[in-house]
Design a protein around this ligand. Structure first.
Ligand SMILES: [Mg+2]
Length: 603
């Protein structure tokens, strides 16, 4: 086992729960994907680049456009290089690296630099760009920050040479495209966004506008006022930002690839075979989420699978849509078709507040779900909902936005990735990659469940055994209250004789790790709680009573006609109990079955 594969356990009590997981709620970016963004394609002024090679940076057409100084392409690259909060760092050897808050920004700045629009330095409010051996200085006047409500960010810059002021904006398509100046044709951009999303790429829309000095000064005054407001500052700032962000010249669409982690489709496939249901909860847009879900075997394409959409623009539409999906789910639940439902954050908000009962029924019927554009609190609410249906849940995520979901679930798993250690610290288990979840659940979870089930019931058994002998003895002694065993014997029985043999179960394995991972259906046995339930407990209870009667009768019978000391009687009964419980431990050890199955598989 390599160091990366070692699972860090932060809590001891939930190991056996791992073997009984029924629902896994997973984040997308950084959990299923690598969170390593690579600029792949773009659409500038209606021309799609990178379609043939799959890499826009190697597209000769785009390289020629840059060399020919095509104005729209240069504007697009300038927005890529400047509309961000990235900080360039120059090493002593002269190479420039970028420090970015988000992986998307890092990918865009690096792509611009590869296309010869290089962000060289940022000192305070001054940014320097190198392009075609020219140095262009810009002054960054204001930054209109990104928020999850606005879904866009903007930067106001002034060209130091010409003195012109520009507004550069980038953001989600639904946040930027409606801001296009009246008369601009945006159909090609809408088509490009759809096309890229279907390929599973993350899209960002870029736009810009020249501002007059008067307009900027007027706005700047309002912006400063809003920023210094003491009440409702966030809301006021957002409102002022909106006043500037309009009539944009939409420059194009960038498409960034975030690859799936190694082994994700296989892991999901195996865990689903073991009867675990998957829900994907993501902040990303619907089409990208569906594409990633298809790629990682979470859902199947038609005709094997079917996606049911819960959507609508008004509350009534959402309610009707939910009813329709529920009806379809009820009718087709007996068919072998893989059904999954898709819901977005807005519809989910309405559903969770007004139609919780119907949604709970849907959650029980549906094995797979994709929830898009959800907030961290909605993620936690969904975990809570599944918990209320008595399902054992596991939540896995990598970022700070997954912490609430991780803490809400029975078992929280954090991935220590590029988003920092926030999720990993809040979780019960921390792993390096999603694929290690397979081993964590199937191997560690299953063994832990088996061992805990045996150990807890065995502890009752061995204590009851000695108790029943005492009770039986009390009948013979005329209920005199005399103890058959002395206190030293009882202490030695509990502390020494019965606790040492059972330690062997710590390493006990009924099946090899390989067999378990190759036949994940075995986990269904654990999920159903077949090893630890009232009937197995009754079995152990009966066993202890029966053993007590046997030990007691033999002891009494052997000494019935002899005049013997009670001490001798006590020792015989005690050693009988010790041998019997040691025999039970040996008998219950799965090692024998393991040896047998190994022999069978080798022969
Ligand atoms: Mg994430």
């Amino acid at each position: 086992m390599t160091r990366k594969q070692i699972h860090l356990l932060t809590q001891q009590t939930i190991s056996e729960d791992l073997g009984q997981v029924e629902y896994i709620l997973t984040d997308k970016t950084g959990t299923l994907t690598e969170n390593k963004m690579i600029f792949r394609r773009c659409c500038i002024a209606g021309t799609l680049y990178g379609n043939e090679s799959g890499d826009a940076l190697k597209d000769v057409e785009l390289l020629n456009a840059v060399a020919d100084n095509l104005p729209h392409v240069i504007k697009f690259l300038t927005v890529m290089a400047l509309c961000n909060t990235v900080i360039p760092i120059k090493s002593p050897s002269g190479t420039i690296s970028y420090k970015a808050q988000s992986q998307d920004e890092d990918a865009l700045v690096n792509a611009a630099s590869n296309l010869h629009v290089v962000l060289v330095s940022k000192n305070g409010n001054n940014a320097e760009i190198h392009f075609n051996r020219r140095v262009i200085q810009y002054e960054i006047l204001d930054i209109l920050e990104f928020t999850s409500d606005r879904k866009r960010m903007s930067v106001v810059i002034s060209d130091s040479q010409s003195g012109k002021i520009f507004l550069l904006s980038k953001g989600a398509d639904e946040a930027i495209l409606p801001l296009a100046y009246s008369g601009q044709q945006i159909k090609t951009f809408v088509d490009a966004v759809d096309k890229y999303a279907q390929l599973g790429l993350r899209t960002l829309c870029l736009g810009w506008r020249e501002l007059s000095l008067e307009e900027y000064l007027e706005w700047s005054r309002l912006f400063k006022e809003a920023n210094s407001a003491l009440v409702d500052r966030e809301w006021k700032v957002a409102e002022v930002c909106q006043k500037l962000e309009h009539s944009l010249d939409i420059l194009g669409i960038s498409a960034i690839e975030d690859r799936l982690q190694d082994g994700v489709p296989e892991t999901i496939e195996i865990l689903r075979q073991s009867g675990i249901n998957f829900w994907m909860l993501t902040g990303d847009k619907q089409s990208t989420a569906i594409q990633i879900a298809l790629l990682c075997n979470l859902i199947s394409s038609e005709p094997k699978g079917q996606l049911l959409y819960i959507n609508g623009k008004t509350e009534d539409e959402v309610a009707r849509s939910l009813e329709r999906v529920l009806l379809t789910m009820r009718i087709t639940s007996s068919e072998p078709k893989e059904l999954a439902f898709v819901v977005d954050g807005w519809a989910l908000e309405i559903i969770l507040t007004r139609y919780k009962e119907a949604f709970t029924e849907l959650a029980v019927l549906s094995k797979t779900a994709i929830c898009c554009r959800v907030t961290p609190s909605q993620k936690a609410q969904l975990v809570k909902l599944l918990k209320s249906c008595d399902y054992r849940t596991l939540a896995i995520g990598d970022g700070g936005n997954d912490v609430r979901m991780i803490q809400q679930a029975h078992i929280g798993v954090g991935i220590s990735g590029r988003e920092g250690l926030q999720a990993a610290r809040a979780a019960d288990y921390s792993i390096g990659k999603f694929r290690f979840l397979k081993r964590l659940i199937l191997v560690h979870g299953r063994y832990s469940y088996n061992r805990t089930a045996f150990l807890s019931q065995y502890s009752f058994y061995k204590s009851l055994l000695i108790c029943f002998i005492q009770i039986l003895f009390s009948f013979v002694s005329g209920i005199a209250g005399t103890s058959l065993f002395n206190s030293v014997s009882l202490m030695a029985y509990n502390v020494f004789y019965t606790s040492i043999p059972v330690l062997t179960t710590v390493l006990d394995k009924d099946l090899s790790e390989k067999t378990v991972t190759q036949n994940p259906e075995i986990l269904l046995y654990c999920q159903a709680g077949r090893l630890l339930n009232p009937s197995t407990f009754a079995g152990w209870f009966g066993r202890s009573l029966y053993h007590a009667i046997v030990v007691f009768l033999i002891t009494i019978h052997a000494y019935a006609n002899e005049k013997s000391e009670m001490e001798e009687l006590s020792m015989v009964a005690l050693s009988g109990s010790i041998w019997l419980q040691a025999f039970v431990v040996t008998l219950e050890m799965s090692f024998w079955q393991y040896g047998e199955t190994s022999l069978l598989s080798t022969s």
